[in-house]
Design a protein around this ligand. Structure first.
Ligand code: PLP
Length: 432
């Protein structure tokens, strides 16, 4: 008996296989070669027939050259931070793809001369908030805060309520971020209460601006008092409002969530917000407000370090000009429709031999928006072991585990993805 391990094809030979060569052209030689080497190792260990090395290497290749995978968000959290917050609309995805090659991001095609970078996205943002004297886009909400603090308050004071010294997540705290710019914080009030007089007493010649931070990931209740932008606007210093969520106009479904148009109307000099929260767009920091202030921010050297790329500009413009975003659709979806979908999915699963029930559920906005707001929803309930199996599937499905059940909450799943969700559950080994 010849040793079968001596028949394992050499790496060069496997790489020359036309199917492997095509994969290498698409995914990169290094990635494919690593897969071939892994298959050869399995053959040496006797886990694979030598003639199957190429086929096994092909089967184990990832679908694309990056490790990020699409995940169906069945958590019931509309803006899931670990899933990249807002999913982009089809329109935004197409715009992003169109801009991904060489594109006229900073060129005027009619004259051939240099053009204003991202002018389409800026015009769309300005059109969406006519009250804004000027607008600007940076990398994210935190970058917008850093730019405002650096340009308007470095070496000076930012007046901020102690009740608004917020940790935004993953250990990052806004006060630390602000202080890192060289601005000093002038804290006013207490954790639960602050008055206009507290602010008025703190404002002086050293004040860069008064900062209002929306408590976007927690609520306070009981003996509390805060001061609205409108009341602070008369203090004779700029009021900067960090509204977080990115709503540009009031959203009737979230009546307590701040929005840019209202904050500007109430007298904020500058409004800061994120692009990938309730606006439903790409990660970005939006700055809107007084034209002279925005010009100062735009000309600040730091602005260059915080600028967004063409992909962000393309996706943001399409988000602003295009149809309702998946986030907005998920927010305003009819609960009866969710219940019908849950019941149809559960029936189809039971017909396929998978124990499943349709249950009422509660969803949330998440991701730094509308804390405490409960969104009625519907889910498919499965045995708990499904949660891990669904995460490992393709597409991966992230469920919510609740009181010993695996819940597939449908609030953040577009209806047209139901067949994929069904297939993902059916693909789980019933024997587990
Ligand atoms: C989310 C949030 C931020 C941070 O914005 P990023 O876009 O995550 O950088 C800052 N302030 C508030 C109030 C927020 O809700």
């Amino acid at each position: 008996m010849p040793d079968p391990r001596r028949q394992i094809p050499r790496t060069d030979a496997v790489m020359a296989d036309p199917r492997i060569a095509a994969a290498a052209a698409r995914l990169g030689r290094g990635l494919v070669k690593a897969g071939v080497v892994a298959a050869q190792r399995r053959a040496r260990e006797g886990a694979l027939q030598p003639e199957d090395v190429a086929a096994a290497a092909l089967a184990a290749l990832p679908p694309c050259a990056a490790t990020l995978r699409p995940v169906l968000n069945a958590t019931g959290v509309l803006l899931h931070t670990n899933l990249g917050r807002a999913p982009l609309s089809q329109a935004a995805q197409e715009a992003l793809l169109a801009a991904s090659g060489t594109t006229d991001v900073e060129l005027d095609l009619s004259t051939g001369a240099r053009g204003v970078r991202g002018r389409g996205a800026l015009a769309a943002l300005a059109a969406a908030v006519p009250r804004a004297g000027d607008v600007m886009v940076v990398n994210n909400g935190a970058a917008a805060l850093v730019l405002a603090a650096t340009a308007l308050a470095a070496g000076r004071e930012i007046v901020i309520s102690r009740g608004e010294m917020v940790e935004i997540g993953d250990g990052f705290r806004l006060p630390d971020l602000l202080v890192s710019t060289g601005a000093r914080l002038r804290e006013v009030g207490t954790t639960n209460r602050v008055t206009r007089d507290d602010y008025a007493a703190a404002v002086g010649p050293d004040t860069g601006f008064v900062l209002k931070v929306h408590p976007s990931n927690f609520t306070v209740s009981g003996f509390t008092a805060s001061v609205a932008v409108r009341e602070l606007a008369g203090l004779d210093v700029p009021v900067v409002a960090d509204i977080g969520s990115g709503l540009l106009a009031p959203q009737p479904l979230l009546p307590t969530e701040p929005d840019a148009a209202t904050a500007l109307g109430d007298g904020a000099a500058l409004v800061l917000a994120s692009g990938d929260k309730l606006l439903g767009g790409p990660q970005a920091g939006l700055l809107l407000g007084d034209a002279a202030l925005v010009r100062r921010l735009r000309r600040h050297p730091l602005a260059r370090a915080l600028r967004v790329d063409k992909l962000t500009l393309a996706a943001l413009e399409a988000t602003l000009r295009g149809p309702a975003t998946p986030t907005e659709l998920a927010l305003r979806v009819d609960v009866a429709a969710l219940r019908r979908r849950a019941s149809a999915l559960a029936t189809a699963l039971r017909d396929a031999g998978v124990p499943a029930t349709a249950v009422n559920s509660e969803a949330a906005v998440g991701g730094g928006g509308a804390p405490g707001v409960v969104l009625s929803s519907a889910a498919v309930g499965l045995a708990p072991r499904y949660a891990a199996a669904l995460r490992a599937g393709s597409p991966a499905v992230l469920a919510r585990v609740d009181e010993g059940r695996c819940l597939l909450d449908l609030r953040a799943v577009p209806a047209e993805r139901d067949p994929q969700l069904l297939a993902a559950v059916r693909a789980v080994d019933p024997a587990g």
